[in-house]
Every structure is written in structure tokens, then in C-alpha cells.
Design a protein around this ligand. Structure first.
Ligand SMILES: [Zn+2]
Length: 171
């Protein structure tokens, strides 16, 4: 991601108090998403400005395609997530050090939320990715598991056990 360029710019200055809605559509590679993300990322920002702070409710929608862990068929994973960012002109008064409130940059009050959007989208991808399961928990993969994967699983067994099995322990 080009740090100098703002990919999802949100202007935090010159706004009247109240709600403002913003919509963006960015290419996944523009915000450094992994290549499995192959669809445009749509971002909806619901901005709520009060005299003391600006809250952004950000909704993200896109999809990624990963190979199924069982059969390697492509699995489309819809990504829908949302998060809230809060900005204030001066958060030094909060003092507890645990505040998530960000400071509005004085000289450049247009913030880029691209990194936040990318992180939120990546978190939506589960560790286990399979075509699906039926009510009994059986995989709904259309094809059988390729032999290559089965063979790989077998060779992954620790060969040191074979050596132990060969030892004559009854001696
Ligand atoms: Zn599958």
C-alpha cells in the first residue's frame, strides 16, 4: 500500500454536527488484501459528528476465494464485517492510556481508514475452510479427496515411530 496516497480517505474537518454517510469501493489489491480477495471491497461509513468527537461506523463487504481444505475446490467466503472508530481533537485528557480514541491530525484532518478495513476483512477468514458440512457433519465436497492429499497425510506420520516399532522390547 502506498502510504502517501490515501485509499479510503475520510475528511474529519469542515463537517457540521450530525450524521454523514460516505460510500467507497476499492480494489482489494489497492488496500493490500491477500490475493485470495478477488472482489471489489465496498465500504460504507456512517459518520456521527458531535462537538467533541467524530465516530465512524464502518461497514465492509467483499468476498475471498480459498481452496477447500479437504478437496481443494474453490470456496467463496463472503466477508461482511463492521467496526467503530472514534476521533477527537484532543485525547490527552483521557489519561487512562487504554482509550481507543484517536486524535484528529491537526494539519491533515483527512484520515485513511484503508488499514483498518484491511485488518477487519482479513480477520473474517476462518482458519478452517471447507466446502461445507451436512447436518451429520459430513463434508459436502463434490469430489473425493485427491490421492495427493491422502499420501501427504501418511508421510506426515513421524518416521521415528517406525524405528521404535522395530525394536525388540521383549528381550
Ligand atoms: Zn471441499
Amino acid at each position: 500500500m502506498n502510504k502517501k496516497q490515501k485509499h479510503i480517505p475520510v475528511r474529519l474537518s469542515g463537517l457540521v454536527d450530525g450524521r454523514h454517510e460516505l460510500d467507497y469501493s476499492v480494489a482489494p489489491d489497492e488496500i493490500d488484501l491477500p490475493e485470495e480477495f478477488g472482489e471489489p471491497v465496498s465500504v460504507h461509513v456512517d459518520l456521527d459528528k458531535t462537538h467533541s468527537q467524530i465516530a465512524l461506523h464502518v461497514q465492509v463487504e467483499t468476498a475471498a476465494t480459498y481452496p477447500c481444505d479437504r478437496c481443494l475446490d474453490p470456496v467463496r467466503i463472503p466477508v461482511t464485517t463492521d467496526f467503530v472508530l472514534v476521533y477527537a481533537h484532543d485525547n490527552s485528557g483521557s489519561g487512562d492510556g487504554e482509550s481507543d480514541i484517536r486524535e484528529i491530525p491537526v494539519h491533515d484532518p483527512t484520515v485513511d481508514i484503508a488499514e483498518d478495513v484491511r485488518d477487519a476483512a482479513v480477520l473474517c477468514i476462518p482458519m478452517r475452510r471447507i466446502c461445507g458440512e451436512d447436518a451429520e457433519g459430513n463434508p459436502t465436497c463434490r469430489k473425493p479427496i485427491p490421492d495427493a492429499i491422502r499420501a501427504e497425510k501418511q508421510t506426515r506420520e513421524d518416521p521415528r515411530w517406525d524405528a521404535l516399532k522395530k525394536l525388540d522390547l521383549d528381550r
